[in-house]
Design a protein around this ligand. Structure first.
Ligand code: SAH
Ligand code: F3S
Length: 485
């Protein structure tokens, strides 16, 4: 039985893809290797969003080709995912030890290709073609228990109970927004949504296997169902014209995405729903209102803003203004005052002036995000921004990055500290990543809480009192557990 190790770079979508590939391989008789040093097949599931993500996967493969291959010449090496998609055969030209390059619409072919490579019936395989219906092929789950290594940890981590409390479900693939800095529309293709019944069936099965919280994943979930809405309505309901804007509503007043949330919300035994990432452009009032109406939809939102300058937002082709963004934030906070809000921000976009950057600082001060992912602009091949005038020198980007991060962190620490003394609901996920002797759960607002508890608490929703906060972690008081549990 050949064994496989998958190393994942990048976003939650990639984690989910790796898990689905691992589950498909297990179903075909492969074992999951506890580490790359003993694996017969080593796959790197790659990210292309910034240059450093690509470089780390390439460096890793160079290492594997140099060291692992020399010691074990029969090892099969492969690239999966976004960089595989965007670079294709070029990767084998550059790294001749690579046997397999599998694009983002071909994850479900992994077992078949690996069988051929292991049997020696084929030598090198590159498959980065488009495939109709591939959005519905990322369905399989391992559910062997959470582990920091993602798919590969599934058979490691002996101290963890064999139960997975949270799961990701991919609801759509691709993106049609074409932000000028972003490579995703090229690596992930056009928007393609799964049907509501298909997604609900997957969620139901997860809940039957013990999952309590589901995060619905897509590059731009507010566009869910926009392209193929008529095929989504379970009872042949009203269709929508091709190319209709996400802000247009079907006669019921609800977007396809909110209809999906409602359908998932109906699943008995499911405790919590999250989703990522929505786009401000398609963030309708029906979605804001869903937070007041659907108790399982927790008070947490990741809403990428990218910049606080209208001029830069326009150059980025984001499709909204700062005012529209802060308007949504205001509505969300009125709907759910305790909502946890996070965002993505890029510093150093071409042409960004000091004044533009100060608009981003002032937005961060105005909104007071619970946390933000701050990225240094990285030119991506074939994207319009890479050819724009005003590319900024490294030092300016570094300096702005440091200034913004300082502000973001100061606000975030204040927000975390404000939890001290409060009683919050957590869903207990498993042993703490920082200290496996303790347990870890998450608040509805998406903050990690570490506390003392027993294995019986895993998978439970319970209240704890927060004692203190440090380093983006809350520490819970076990006293309440003793009272009640
Ligand atoms: N809509 C997707 C975005 C995927 S990329 C989602 O949120 O799921 C994730 C983040 O990477 C983006 O929000 C953006 O902030 C950042 N990013 C994308 N392209 C980038 C680039 N060329 N340079 C720097 N950061 C980038
Ligand atoms: Fe990228 Fe913009 Fe889509 S950031 S994933 S093109 S919404």
């Amino acid at each position: 039985m050949p064994s496989v190790f998958i190393k994942t770079y990048g976003c939650q979508m990639n984690e989910r893809d790796s898990e689905a590939v691992a589950a498909q391989l297990v179903a075909k008789g492969y074992a999951l290797a506890p580490s790359e040093s003993v694996a017969d097949v080593i796959l790197l599931n790659t990210c292309s969003v910034r240059d450093n993500a690509e470089q780390s996967a390439i460096n890793k493969m160079e290492n594997l080709a140099g060291q692992t291959r020399r010691r074990r010449p029969e090892v099969v090496l492969g690239f999966l995912g976004c960089m595989a998609q965007s670079r294709g055969r070029e990767l084998i030209d550059r790294l001749p030890d690579v046997d397999l390059v599998l694009g983002t619409q071909k994850f479900h072919r992994a077992a078949e290709y690996l069988d051929e490579l292991l049997a020696g019936t084929r030598d090198k395989i590159v498959d980065v073609a488009e495939e109709a219906g591939s959005e519905a092929t990322i369905k399989e789950h391992l559910l062997h228990g959470r582990n920091a290594n993602g798919a590969n940890g599934a058979n490691g981590g002996g101290h963890r109970p064999p139960l997975q409390v949270t799961a990701f479900v991919s609801i759509m693939q691709g993106c049609n927004q074409y932000c000028t800095f972003c490579i995703v529309p090229y690596t992930r293709g056009a928007e393609r949504s799964r049907t509501i019944p298909d997604i609900v069936a997957e969620c139901r099965e997860l809940v039957a296997r013990g999952v309590r919280e589901i995060t619905l994943l897509g590059q731009i979930v507010t566009s869910y169902g926009r392209r193929n809405f008529s095929s989504l309505a379970p009872n042949g309901g009203e269709g929508r014209g091709e190319g209709a804007d996400a802000q247009q509503r079907v006669p019921t007043g609800k977007s396809a995405f909110v209809q999906l949330l409602e359908a998932v919300h109906d699943i008995e035994g499911l405790e919590r729903i999250r989703f990522t990432s929505p786009h401000p452009k398609g963030y309708g009032d029906d979605l804001v209102e869903a937070y007041t109406r659907l108790p399982k939809l927790v008070e947490s939102a990741h809403l990428p803003v990218q910049s606080g300058s209208d001029r830069i937002l326009k150059l980025m082709h984001r499709g909204y203004t700062r005012e529209r963004f802060t308007g949504i934030i205001g509505k969300l906070r009125r709907a759910q005052p305790g909502i946890g809000l996070t965002t993505d921000i890029i510093v150093g976009f071409p042409g960004e002036t000091e004044a533009d950057f100060e608009d981003t600082l002032s937005l961060a001060r105005e909104v007071e995000f619970d946390n933000s992912y701050v990225f240094k602009y990285s030119p991506r091949r074939d994207t319009p921004a890479a050819a724009m005038p005003g590319q900024l020198p490294e030092e300016i980007i570094e300096e702005r990055h440091a200034r913004l991060l300082e502000l973001i962190n100061a606000i975030a620490l204040r927000k975390y500290a404000a939890y001290a003394g409060r009683r919050v609901q957590i869903l207990v996920e498993g042993p703490s990543r920082k200290n496996p002797a303790r347990l870890e759960g998450r608040t509805r607002s998406n903050k990690i809480v570490v506390f003392d508890g027993g294995a019986r608490h895993i998978g439970q929703v319970m209240d704890v009192r927060i004692e203190r906060a440090s380093n983006f972690t809350l520490y819970g008081d076990p006293a309440i557990l003793n009272d009640e549990g």
